[in-house]
Design a binder for this molecule. Structure first.
Ligand SMILES: NCc1[nH]cc(CCC(=O)O)c1CC(=O)O
Length: 309
């Protein structure tokens, strides 16, 4: 029996999504033995000592050690949250497969009586770790206080219990994948908070010359998800921005027609540039690049640079 080693971070979310990936791969390749290998990353090690969000800004904070493990053949397939993966892979590695996406939206989890964005009183304290969520929330409800809230999903839910926050915002996908869907109080629609590019999707990364692992991973590739996230990520790349930018992107496909929406915001929410395009789904990459160019012409660059500080 051949063995394929699948690697990921040790967080609850990373383990849950990797177990899901292995179960799906096992359905397609019942004769293959899949092993799970956890790898600790700079992001995990430095979690306690993170002084500011900016320190997390270096590209691939969560993925470097995992990619090293791939290159050193300690693992054969890496499972990443797609939104944490830089838009370009290092020499010798590639994204071999994008499984079917789950819900891309952000969600609100609130205290009693604070179960919806519209329930929150003036000055309510909302916790989030993401500058995109912060900027879009401020644009929608400038009267709210947006407070920093870092840590893994369990830590963030626990913080809500201590009373320091009235509500927190996180990705639906993280809660769904860790069997915490029942904690979701409100799905925030994309017309209020556009999700992060790639949110809710996974990426299976392999060595570019490892044909066997590429074939194994590709068995759970989802073309529709791939078109959507290609448009979203080309948009992000076209802006010259990474996962730490106040940028949202969301693509949907109906009847072969892909619609891509993109937002870029000032950190304080005082300005949001929004644009949309649609076309044949086979043009997804060009559509992302064109939407980025369109928004750069509308002043998106100043907003992204402003957010870098
Ligand atoms: N940056 C952390 C991270 N990376 C992926 C997810 C959620 C799962 C996903 O978006 O696929 C999360 C947590 C969150 O944003 O609440």
């Amino acid at each position: 029996m051949r063995t394929v080693t699948v690697g990921t971070r040790g967080s609850t979310l990373a383990l849950a999504q990797t177990r899901w990936v292995i179960a799906r791969l096992k359905e397609e390749w019942p004769e293959t033995d899949f092993r799970l290998q956890t790898i600790s990353t700079k992001g995990d090690v430095n979690r306690q000592s993170l002084g500011s969000l900016a320190q997390k800004g270096d590209k691939g904070f969560w993925v470097k050690e995992i990619e090293d493990a791939l290159l050193q053949k300690r693992i054969d397939i890496a499972v990443h949250s797609l939104k944490d993966l830089p838009t370009e892979q290092p020499e010798g590695l590639e994204v071999a497969s994008i499984p079917k996406r789950v819900d891309a939206r952000d969600v609100l989890v609130g205290r009693e009586g604070m179960k919806k964005l519209t329930d929150l009183p003036q000055d309510a304290r909302v916790g989030t770790s993401s500058i995109r969520r912060k900027a879009f929330l401020k644009a929608y409800r400038p009267d709210l206080q947006v407070l920093d809230l870092r840590g893994n999903i369990d830590t963030r839910l626990a913080a809500l219990g201590t009373g320091d926050y009235d509500a927190i915002i996180l990705a639906a996908a993280g809660l769904i994948r860790t069997e915490l869907r029942h904690r979701i109080d409100e799905f925030i629609e994309p017309d209020i908070m556009l999700p992060a590019p790639g949110q809710g999707a996974l990426a299976l990364e392999t060595r570019a010359d490892d044909d066997l692992s590429i074939e194994v991973a590709y068995a759970i590739h989802d073309h529709l998800t791939d078109d959507r996230i290609t448009a979203e990520r080309e948009f992000l790349a076209g802006l010259g921005a990474g996962c730490m930018a106040p940028v949202g992107a969301h693509a949907s496909v109906k009847g072969g027609v892909l619609t891509l929406e993109g937002w870029v915001a000032a950190l304080d929410g005082s300005k949001v540039i929004r644009a949309e395009t649609s076309g044949d789904a086979s043009e997804c990459a060009d559509m992302g690049a064109e939407l980025a160019a369109d928004m750069l012409a509308q002043g998106a660059k100043e907003l992204i640079e402003g957010a870098r500080g």
